[in-house]
Design a binder for this molecule. Structure first.
Ligand code: PGA
Length: 265
């Protein structure tokens, strides 16, 4: 049985005080939840304080990104060891809002092309290996843009993101992976991928994992859906056989909404 992972990605929201208030309000709300893993991914500046605030609870903490080296002259970057040091157990890698920071983005590329070529599955892969080496559990985000979907390329794009992003990991590491399917056009737009299509793509990701790492790893790893998940659509999405959790942005900023999504798992 795969335990659903409900993760809140706060993106660039909440000061330290707001983050700690949220955790203190969430704790009693989810104290009785047994059949879901609960994860909050605050901004870097709030990680230490949130790490302290979750200590007596079942809430776990992840970071929203990581760099691939452990230390050195990398202005503005955060290393995997710094994340485990403050209490992170998970890290999001390759979120569509971060893909593009390290790639070659050429002038004249459409935003969709920039997101893809600039996204570089290579940087995702380096971050993934660094995260695993530090003992962090990675959540690797994949997903197509609207232009790619309209061109009939969604499956091909996602399969190559999985294959290249996860290159070089062992079957055992694959078995404990989390992949978040986040169609770029559904992120923060209020537009959700309809449930049968989200289930189809998540199933396709699991099949791709089986081809790459074997059936047993594919059955243990978890596939989350992300993109405008809210209390109203969470139950339906989370009851699908191949959807093992949600990566929640906007609806993870308010305690009642996030708690409702956790409880619908
Ligand atoms: P959203 O964001 O729920 O606000 O669409 C999801 C995400 O980007 O992880």
């Amino acid at each position: 049985m795969r335990v659903p992972l409900i993760a809140g990605n706060w993106k660039m929201h909440k000061t330290v005080g707001e983050a700690v208030d949220f955790i203190n309000q969430l704790k009693p709300e989810v104290a009785d939840v047994k059949n879901a893993e609960i994860l909050i991914c605050p901004t870097f500046t709030a990680l230490y304080a949130v790490g302290q605030a979750i200590k007596d609870s079942k809430i776990e903490m992840g970071a929203q990104d990581v760099f691939w080296n452990t230390k050195g002259a990398y202005t503005g970057e955060i290393s995997p060891l710094m994340l485990t040091d403050v209490g992170c157990t998970y890290v999001i890698i390759g979120h569509s809002e971060t893909r593009g920071r390290f790639g070659v983005v050429e002038e004249g590329m459409t935003p969709a092309l920039q997101a893809y070529f600039g996204g570089t599955d290579e940087s995702v892969n380096k971050k993934l290996h660094a995260a695993i080496a530090a003992g962090l559990k990675p959540i690797v985000c994949v997903g197509e843009t609207l232009a790619e979907r309209n061109a009939g390329k969604a499956d091909e794009i996602i399969q190559s993101q999985v294959k290249n992003g996860l290159a070089g990991i062992t079957q055992e590491q694959a078995a404990s992976m989390v992949i978040a399917y986040e169609p770029v056009w559904a992120i923060g737009t209020g537009e959700t991928c309809d449930t049968p299509e989200a289930e189809r793509v998540c199933g396709m990701i699991r099949k791709t994992m089986a081809t790459l790492f074997g059936e047993s790893a594919a059955q243990s790893m978890r596939v989350q859906y992300g993109g405008s998940v809210k209390p109203a659509n969470a139950k339906e999405l989370l009851s699908q056989p191949n959807i093992d959790g949600a990566l929640v942005g906007g609806a993870a900023l308010k305690v009642p909404d996030f708690a409702a999504i956790v409880k619908s798992a």
